[in-house]
Design a protein around this ligand. Structure first.
Ligand code: NAP
Ligand code: MG
Length: 502
């Protein structure tokens, strides 16, 4: 945990921030070719923070051409692995020096709490880049079995120019999950942050350059999904796109690829993640803490949020009383106040969407919350939805709303858990080891945690089954598969002069 500053100290940092606004291409900031800009707003106050370049297809073309130039001349892609490692470790040191500034910038632009930005987003961003950096010169290629007259090499090569399309819920961290392994592999990158949260991506690119990542290797093109994301997805000279966001948008990238150059596509998408609590679960106070953290952390703006509580009828009342008690600790308020656990939703538009879901709930079903707190703030809300067919149990709300579904057996709990088009994450609370393992295997999701809520860590792959994921995994050594491709080099060593035949 980072030592937190006081609210006054964070406010002083906020007042002194120099916010970036221009796109970062080929090692320097530049406005959109059109000169257009859009406003970025602090959702906690509704106050404009600044103007950001509203880029379009011509800016994507320019950034891709610079990324291609950098990739082909080898200024990064062909550096000795240990040199790339040294630069990225230096980058992490620069990030550490700027940690408070980055945490405040992230909080202001997204409404996320400073508590989380300072304790999780910024340190995890640095840890992620460092983890991949340290791996660079420890990955070996392979030599396949072959005859005495052949050498069969299997080598990994960077995939080339990569487009990275990011969501607004963890702007820095999702960027790190992708740029960490992509830079490690030697690729050149064009990053498109979500328009709502572009600031820290720009600052990160500037700091990477300052630390020695060469011009053209890490570019950030700001603007909307249709103006920047789509041209990037359709670009004929982009070799691969890694996307995190909604399933609706992810699906589009497969069309973009099919209609253009068949670029590789990796998608990390939504979830409606189950949290099963069986009647034999132990330590219910601790279970309740996990349930609340799973549902309300990051205002529920979390693709792996445990938004469906599937609870056995025998312990339902007891557990829900404890969950409500634990939820009361999650106070809503000014995100820059380090004691606040629930900040603002990312935008007024998203706030309206979440409020629309709250109207779906029958008054009698709302066990707690259910109201907006003004501005873009929503109280932690618990709804006893009755059936898994309820809209609140089916659709990803991406707000602090926990839907409760009651079951009477373990098999029913597993069936309800799997009754979703998503498959990102799940948790099971039980003291029965057989059930825990059977459940972990039976649930169709990329991550299943037992007796805790979480996502594993940087050393374990993260991604989804079913409509939560496609084509690859973030995190762990497996993330490198996204940004590299395998080449076979088959060498015939026979020498006809010696009468040898291959
Ligand atoms: P989103 O609307 O899908 O946006 C994601 C990114 O795609 C943004 O940069 C967005 O740009 C861009 N985009 C939007 N429309 C596009 C289009 N037609 N063509 C190309 N790009 C386009 O999702 P979001 O609202 O930012 O994020 C919330 C969603 O992300 C949730 O569903 C959540 O579950 C999911 N998510 C998944 C993971 C995971 O790892 N599986 C992690 C975090 C979030 P603009 O926003 O600038 O228009
Ligand atoms: Mg903003």
């Amino acid at each position: 945990m980072t030592e937190l500053l006081t609210r006054e100290e964070y406010e002083a940092i906020a007042a002194s921030l120099n916010l970036p606004g221009n796109a970062f291409i080929d090692g320097s900031f530049r406005p959109a070719t059109s000169g257009n800009t859009f406003e970025t707003v602090n959702p906690a106050t509704g106050v404009k923070l600044g103007d950001v370049a509203a880029c379009a297809a011509e800016d994507v073309d320019f950034a891709v051409s610079k990324a291609r130039e950098a990739f082909e001349d080898g200024r990064w892609s062909r550096l000795h692995p240990s040199e790339r490692k040294d630069v990225l470790i230096r980058f992490c040191k620069v990030l550490t020096r700027n940690a408070h500034e980055l945490a405040v910038m992230e909080s202001l632009d997204s409404g996320k709490t400073i508590y989380d930005c300072a304790n999780v987003d910024v340190p995890e961003t640095i840890h992620c880049i460092k983890w991949h950096a340290e791996l660079i010169d420890k990955i070996y290629d392979q030599v396949a079995p072959a005859s005495d007259n052949h050498i069969a090499m299997i080598v990994r090569e960077p995939v080339g120019v990569v487009g990275l399309v990011l969501p607004w819920n963890f702007p820095l961290l999702m960027m790190a999950w992708k740029i960490g392994p992509a830079l490690a592999a030697g690729c050149s990158l064009v990053v498109k942050p979500a328009a709502e949260t572009s600031l820290t991506a720009l600052r990160l690119a500037e700091l990477a350059h300052e630390a020695g990542v060469p011009a053209g290797v890490l570019n950030v093109v700001t603007g909307s999904g249709s103006a920047v994301g789509e041209p990037l997805g359709r670009h004929p000279d982009v070799d691969m796109v890694s996307f995190t966001g909604s399933t609706v948008t992810g699906r589009r990238f497969l069309h973009y690829s099919a209609d253009s150059n068949l670029k590789e596509v990796v998608l990390e998408m939504g979830g409606k993640n189950p949290c099963i609590v069986m009647d034999d679960a132990e330590y219910l106070d601790s279970v309740a803490e996990h349930v609340v953290n799973g549902a309300f952390w990051n205002m529920g703006e979390n693709c792996s949020a445990a938004s469906r509580l599937i609870v056995h009828e025998a312990i339902k009342d007891d557990l829900l009383a404890r969950v409500q008690a634990a939820s009361r600790q999650w106070n809503v308020g000014d995100p820059l106040d380090p004691s606040v656990r629930v900040g603002a939703l990312v935008s007024k538009a998203h706030f309206e969407k979440v409020c629309g879901y709250l109207k779906e709930a029958d008054k009698g079903q709302i066990l707690m919350g259910g109201k907006d707190s003004g501005g873009a703030f929503v109280e932690p809300t618990i709804v006893d939805v009755g059936s898994n067919d309820a809209v609140l149990a089916k659709e990803e709300i991406f707000g602090p709303v926990l839907s409760v579904i009651t079951v009477s057996s373990f098999d029913e709990a597993i069936a309800v858990a799997n009754d979703t088009e998503y498959g990102l994450a799940a948790s099971i609370f039980t003291s029965n080891a057989r059930r825990a393992i059977r459940g972990a295997r039976a649930i169709r999701a990329g991550t299943v945690t037992v007796n805790s809520f979480g996502e594993g860590d940087i050393s374990t792959p993260f991604g989804g089954y079913k409509q939560s994921g496609f084509g690859g995994r973030d995190n762990s050594i497996h993330a490198h598969d996204q940004y590299t491709q395998l080449k076979t080099i088959w060498i015939d060593t026979s020498d006809p002069a010696d009468g040898e035949v291959a």
